[in-house]
Design a protein around this ligand. Structure first.
Ligand code: ADP
Ligand code: 5GP
Length: 198
């Protein structure tokens, strides 16, 4: 059985990183897709675990050689998903889990239409702003930019398959797990099981 990508997006501070860790801990066949980025590492981030940190020239080379399944410019830096990891995991029956922005998710949806595309939303923009400030990873200027981007990102959320409210974290995790469980049993994924019964 082939796997399919599970794509999680949200405005910055919407809870993607937190939720992705919870899903990875509970879903042995999920495999985190480590992105390539030109952004410098934040303190505590490790090359190869959080991102592959590369130069602009190396990133451009990967784009030229079609090594990225999607890529986009986000908050002033380039980010992309290595194609090799994605396709290898899918063909081995694993579920690559991607934390990517809306531009990338919409590119991927065209190329991997059987994936599951989930957009997380905060209860309010005020709460989103509070979470960004409390995270202590971004400057006030940066937070302003991320909140302005949030409004643009929310405008395309309806292109996803699911829009999940992240008010309470445990509730949001349960919602996503319920979606993923139901997705496993979609009729169009049953072909090989049905064939084996004939
Ligand atoms: P993203 O990866 O989407 O930018 P994070 O996962 O870093 O977002 O979450 C942003 C901040 O909000 C983190 O400090 C995280 O602990 C917190 N957070 C996430 N979900 C919730 C929630 N449901 N309630 C309160 N705080 C949350
Ligand atoms: P951060 O710099 O805060 O880690 O991430 C900034 C934004 O880039 C987030 O919205 C995150 O989802 C997005 N992002 C991370 N990796 C990728 C990727 O490979 N492709 C795209 N399109 N966006 C990504």
């Amino acid at each position: 059985m082939r796997g399919y990508p599970i794509v999680i997006s949200s405005p910055s501070g919407g809870g993607k990183t937190t939720l992705v860790h919870r899903i990875l801990a509970d879903m042995p066949k999920a495999a985190y897709s480590v992105s390539v980025t030109t952004r410098p590492p934040r303190s505590g981030e490790r090359n190869g675990r959080d991102y592959y940190f590369v130069s602009k020239a190396a990133f451009e080379r990967m784009v030229r050689k079609r090594e990225l399944a999607e890529w986009a410019g986000v908050h002033g830096h380039c980010y992309g998903t290595p194609r090799k990891f994605l396709d290898a995991k899918i063909s081995l029956g694993y579920f690559p889990l991607l934390d990517i922005d809306v531009q990338g998710a919409l590119q991927l949806k065209k190329k991997y239409p059987d994936g599951v595309y989930i957009f997380l939303i905060p209860p309010t923009l005020r709460e989103l702003s509070r979470r960004l400030r409390e995270r202590h990873t971004d400057s006030p200027e940066d937070i302003k930019r991320r909140l302005a981007a949030a409004k643009r990102e929310l405008a395309v959320a309806q292109n996803y398959d699911y829009v999940v409210l992240n008010d309470d974290l445990d509730a949001a995790v349960e919602r996503v797990k319920t979606i993923l469980e139901a997705e496993r049993w979609r009729a169009h994924r049953a072909e090989s099981r049905l064939k084996a019964l004939r």
